[in-house]
Write a protein that binds this ligand. Structure first.
Ligand code: PAD
Ligand code: ZN
Ligand code: ZN
Length: 376
């Protein structure tokens, strides 16, 4: 491409400081170095985790930064030594990389990679420099993806090549929300046919859990949210019952236990609050129940539980990006979508031009959207 090897000037939403609106600016994006890929982002979703970072309530991010981690785009150019993608390929940048070499990557049971953000800082690219600058200032990367930029640079092991037929304005959700929720049901809980499930929190991730439970053949899927406006979509995607904890005097775990006899087989916390994490654990069968935590607490927050909840046999677990080995599995997941195995398009309630990124965040905060997709 004509831009290869050159600095590209383009739009990006810069977060100059926590708790401030994003600022759409012209930024400079340097060419990819060896082992890196520069991607033209076509579409990006807004996930609750971006909001956590913006609030300053998640660890390990340095400002100014370009957020966004749920995007899809087209390779613009590649640095020396890159072999798995070439200019023109459709790709998803990966917030959980897959280097293929570390002990986690070599373990078939694990989907993390020791290059992921809790093992290695991702505020800068692996060579500890940034490809972004704005008004003479260096801007930090975020999770090595920074999809709130028209062009971004990522390491080769943080990019997955997907089917050329994939609609980028839809499959951007596979970069986080859809894959996380769907995989939590399929890979982490391993939901069995005929089982009962409870899903706490009906945002983009929680509704994706419902899609996963349905595909896995669950016979009862109970959706839990304090915002009843989310119930219609939950039903459309496969929820059999929808309940609002505020409609009951007794704790929601007691309501769910009564509804199901001994508690659900699988419960999922997809909100990120201490009290709902404990309630979700207590809602599953005391002996054989499995509770999966996907919600992210504000940094520093903790939970305490009565260990008896676990002693009787419950399993309490969590997962990142739905347990998928990212580079290997996301392309297959996109192919299953193209074969119409599931329909996450229903999660997209709003599509906005990129410049309206702050409006997108406002829709998330006020509970009016499931996923907003921003288009460049
Ligand atoms: P969202 O804000 O779209 O949805 C959260 C939902 O929870 C909303 O529908 C709320 O109404 C509902 N809710 C809030 N409080 C309560 C309550 N007390 N009881 C019942 N319902 C309530 O968020 P999202 O779907 O984008 O993300 C959900 C969480 O998952 C969030 O904490 C995010 O940071 C985390 C996440 N984890 C991973 C992962 O890999 N584990 C990936 C992506 C997101
Ligand atoms: Zn996310
Ligand atoms: Zn690895």
């Amino acid at each position: 491409m004509a831009t290869a090897g050159k600095v590209i000037r383009c739009r990006a939403a810069v977060a100059w400081a926590p708790r401030q609106p994003l600022s759409v600016e012209e930024v400079e994006v340097a060419p990819p170095k060896a082992g890196e890929v520069r991607i033209k982002i076509v579409a990006t979703g807004i996930c609750h985790s971006d909001e956590h970072i913006l609030k300053g309530s998640l660890l390990n991010v340095e400002f100014p930064v370009i957020l966004g981690h749920e995007g899809a785009g087209i390779v613009e150019s590649t640095g020396e030594g890159v072999t798995s993608v070439k200019p023109g390929d459709k790709v998803i940048p990966l917030c959980v990389p897959q280097c293929g070499k570390c002990s986690f990557c070599l373990n078939p049971e694990s989907n993390l990679c020791q290059k992921f953000h809790l093992c290695e800082s991702q505020n800068l690219l692996p060579d500890k420099t940034s490809r972004f600058s704005c008004k003479g200032k260096q801007i930090h990367h975020f999770l090595w993806v920074s999809t709130f930029a028209e062009y971004t640079v990522v390491p080769e092991y943080a990019v997955a090549k997907i089917d050329a037929a994939a609609p980028l304005d839809k499959v951007c959700l596979f970069g986080c929300g859809f894959s996380t929720g769907y995989g939590a049901a399929i890979n982490t809980a391993k939901v069995k046919p005929g089982s009962t499930c409870a899903v706490f929190g009906l945002g983009g991730v929680g509704l994706s859990v419902i899609i996963g439970c349905k595909v896995a053949g669950a016979s009862r899927i109970i959706a839990v949210d304090i915002n009843k406006d989310k119930f219609a979509k939950a039903k459309q995607l496969g929820a059999t019952d929808c309940i609002n904890p505020q409609d009951f005097k007794k704790p929601i775990q007691e309501v769910l236990t009564e509804m199901t006899g001994q508690g659900v087989d699988y419960s999922f916390e997809v909100i990120g609050k201490p009290e709902t994490m404990v309630a979700a654990l207590a809602s599953c069968n005391m002996n054989t129940g499995v509770c999966v935590v996907l919600g992210v607490l504000d940094s520093g927050a903790e939970i305490s539980i009565d260990p008896m909840l676990l002693l009787t046999g419950r399993t309490w677990k969590g997962s990142m990006l739905g347990g998928w080995k990212s580079r290997e599995c996301l392309p297959k997941l996109v192919s299953s979508y193209l074969e119409k195995k599931f329909n996450p398009d229903l999660l997209i309630t709003h599509t906005l031009p990129f410049d309206k990124v702050n409006e997108g965040f406002e829709l998330l905060r006020t509970g009016k959207s499931i996923r907003t997709v921003l288009l460049f």
